[in-house]
Design a protein. Sequence first.
Length: 246
Amino acid sequence: MRDATTSESAAPGQPDQPQYDPTDWTPVIERAFFARLVQLVTSGADTAWAQPVDDLVRHRLAAVETRIEGLIANAMDAANARFAALAVAAYDVLQPVCGSAKAATIVEDCLNSPLREDLLAGTRGMLDHAEDPFAALVAASKQREQSYFGPSFNFQRPVDDNDTYVLDVRRCFFHEVLLAADRGELQPILCRFDLNWADAIEPSRHQLRFVRPVTFATGTTCRMLFTREEHLSGLVTTPTGATGTS
């Protein structure tokens, strides 16, 4: 199994290109999620549960998976559904005791913080060592469309050239799972998982930018835009306050 915290990329079709597979990643995310959950709950004042909170969440997770099983068409769906169901199950257990806001905050922390530094480091390392960081990131994105998300997502590419790549996600399986579980309010938490790699991009260093103007948390689609940052070598700027005269 390739470590889920490694974020390398190669051109499509190259033999060293990693295979991103949710059946590998989701168990890693889940273990980190439960470790963080136990840490947060047992170190706080929320001890109102008659059983260990992680046991309660696992029991609720099984119930949520039964509820959404009709959506699953393949192994990728099963792993991706479990990722979304994990957030739902934890929220369902936490919310009656902690309230909606605090429950969402805990779920956000458990889902997004444990692997963040490793994901950032992996993505930063890939971009730092790539001959063309923009091309490498686009190649990784396209590869993940096939090997991580699959046919239960719908991707369209209105722009795909040497300078800009626009990816529209017209169908999001994560979104469908949340709606089926009646927990659409958790969409922002799942959408923020992408920031665990996107925040590694430094425009001045990697000569590219990533922008996500809309997701299913705020609209009816998710748009991701990758674009090169213009790099002008030898550019001399005039200091603020200078008159420009001699």
